[in-house]
Design a protein around this ligand. Structure first.
Ligand code: RIB
Length: 300
């Protein structure tokens, strides 16, 4: 069983600021760091560090060698990453404030050059029983979903960042959805966690749902099955990629045969380690580091 993550690869320009810049305001940053990022790349790194056999598919510009190097060093297969010479890499301008919160401005670049031919070529290497992870930072999602479904690939969607492109997707083709409350509200029109889950359950009865609730933890729901886990309280340095870390660790556990309850626990521990460090991909912990945190909290 292989994991195919068809997703974005970004160079993250991370600026440390006292507060986020406001409309009409000019501020100085305390520091600038370049990190490997993109929700796709981050989730691939998390999948692989969690022990899954992970393949990343996507597009970068010529200046993106640091991105494929990062994937390779985390054990991710990069055979399906295309290098283009006609467009630059996707990038993100990220402000991180003194509370470790972030705000992110994206430029899609090469992430938005995914053609039908490329999709067909990538999917030729995968089949029934494999799993495909998607986020919303690349183009052509509807075609990718339709073709993967025809091949019997298990499809997991993280509809992040949410925009109208998600509304073009036929969510009845998706097996798993992992989303936060804001995304849940956009999709269902409901505000409370229970109402979001009830609405998704009723519109898409076959979809398995993971709803992340920030400092209130995360919930799993499928038909009448439920599981939940709280967060592990650690000092927050930078929340960038905490959600991506959670996603990769959660699905690596599920595809490895763990119960949703155990997968939520491991994923919560992994994202706690990630928020205690700077950067996106570099903040994603190894499995040993996740186990050390679990032991510290008496949950090993
Ligand atoms: O989820 C964090 C990621 O969002 C960053 O690495 C940035 O590149 C954006 O894609």
């Amino acid at each position: 069983m292989k994991i195919l993550n068809f997703g974005s690869l970004n160079i993250d320009y991370v600026y440390s600021v006292e507060h986020f810049v406001r409309a009409g305001e000019t501020i100085s940053s305390d520091s600038l760091n370049l990190f490997c990022g993109g929700k796709g790349l981050n989730q691939s790194v998390a999948f692989s560090k969690a022990g899954a056999d992970t393949y990343h598919a996507g597009s970068i510009g010529k200046e993106g060698a640091m991105l494929t190097d990062m994937l390779k060093s985390a054990g991710v297969r990069t055979d399906f990453v295309t290098v283009r010479d006609d467009i630059s890499c996707g990038h993100a301008i990220i402000q991180v404030n003194s509370h470790g919160e972030n705000c992110i401005l994206l430029y899609g670049g090469a992430n938005h050059t995914i053609s039908n031919d490329m999709v067909d070529g990538v999917l030729a290497g995968f089949g029934a029983g494999d799993m495909m992870m998607l986020q919303n930072e690349i183009n052509n999602l509807p075609y990718i979903v339709e073709q993967a479904k025809k091949k019997g690939i298990i499809i997991a969607l993280n509809p992040s960042p949410f925009n109208d492109k998600i509304k073009e997707l036929d969510l009845s083709l998706i097996d798993w959805i992992i989303l936060n409350e804001t995304e849940g509200q956009e999709i269902t029109g409901k505000e409370k966690a229970d109402d979001i889950i009830a609405a998704l359950n009723s519109s898409y009865p076959e979809i398995k749902i993971v709803l992340t609730l920030g400092k209130h933890g995360a919930l799993y729901a499928y038909k009448n099955e439920r599981a939940s886990h709280g967060i592990f309280n650690v000092p927050v340095v930078d929340t960038t990629a905490a959600g991506d870390t959670f996603t990769g660790y959660f699905f690596a556990e599920i595809m490895g045969g763990s119960s949703p309850a155990k997968a939520l626990k491991i994923a919560s521990a992994a994202s706690a380690v990630a928020v205690s460090r700077k950067g996106a991909a570099p903040s994603i912990p190894t499995k040993d580091e996740v186990e050390a945190l679990l032991a510290k909290f008496g949950e090993a």
